[in-house]
Design a protein around this ligand. Structure first.
Ligand code: ADP
Length: 258
């Protein structure tokens, strides 16, 4: 049996195709979230790389910020449920998921049985989200994919005191003009996001095992500093950005087997 999960986010669209709720046979990530052709491209990539057609899929579930506007699925479910399912599928015994996406950050707490017991979310402010990192990467003219590696070369991470993205932007520009080295600035930017998300995680209550999900999980410097701040090991899997889509496909499988 094939089930498909589609996660339409604020910045990217992700898909995961599962066989019998057990093996991931294809995944795709397309730039462009809600209101773009990102979902369509992500779906096309799934058919191309799996060789499976949409007629062969038994059930499709959509999740994410743009899920209400996507009519071609059999049902929709919240990102929280999907990240919990997807995260626990990849990491057994998972108790905390720190999800940082393009527009919000969420901390999801799980019971020993993997059921969601609490969650906390920041969606009011860009600081502490991928948006903050995207803005800073664009000012510094570096690729978002290279931020973690760049920060790892820092000798003395810069201090970014502004908590507001707009003020932090001016602060970064003036530090750059004052000769602060690029790796130090990038490390300071990652620190600033880790401080915000760390505070959110403490409020939610962090229990090990902890993992990160969402696109920002790919930033190795941020993972490291966040783990240090929280005093925990943060587990990472290359498919972290796909946890929502994987969870949606698992949810579809569970529904089919009810
Ligand atoms: P959403 O579901 O809201 O669209 P995602 O979970 O897909 O968000 O994450 C998107 C964010 O991930 C981007 O805003 C960007 O900051 C970050 N990101 C994407 N790819 C990478 C990467 N290779 N390294 C670091 N950060 C990344």
């Amino acid at each position: 049996m094939y089930t498909l999960g589609i996660d339409i986010g604020s910045t990217t669209s992700k898909c995961a195709l599962l066989e019998n709720g057990a093996s991931i046979i294809a995944t795709s990530i397309s730039v462009g979230g809600m209101g773009t052709d990102g979902p369509k491209r992500a779906l096309n990539d799934i058919w191309t790389c799996s060789g499976i057609s949409s007629d062969e899929v038994d059930r499709t579930i959509v999740t994410g910020y743009g899920r209400m506007n996507f009519k071609a699925a059999d049902g929709e479910v919240s990102e929280l449920t999907c990240h919990a399912l997807g995260g626990s599928f990849i990491f057994s015994g998972l108790r905390t998921i720190i999800d940082i996406g393009g527009q919000d950050a969420k901390v999801i707490c799980l019971s020993e049985q993997g059921r969601m017991t609490n969650f906390i979310m920041n969606d009011k402010c860009a600081a502490g989200t991928g948006r903050f990192l995207d803005v800073m990467a664009s000012i510094l003219n570096i690729d978002i994919d290279d931020m973690g590696e760049c920060a790892s070369r820092a000798k003395k991470p810069a201090s970014i005191s502004s908590t507001c993205t707009v003020f932090a932007e001016s602060e970064v520009i003036s530090q750059l003009a004052n000769g602060v080295e690029l790796p130090d600035l990038v490390a300071g930017i990652c620190d600033s996001v880790a401080t915000r998300v760390g505070a959110l995680a403490r409020r939610a209550g962090v229990k090990e095992k902890v993992c990160m999900s969402g696109g920002v999980a790919k930033n190795s410097a941020l993972r490291k500093v966040l783990g240090e701040r929280l005093g925990v090991e943060i587990y990472f899997d290359e498919r972290a950005q796909l946890f929502g889509a994987i969870g949606a496909a698992l949810y579809a499988y569970k529904q089919e087997n009810k």
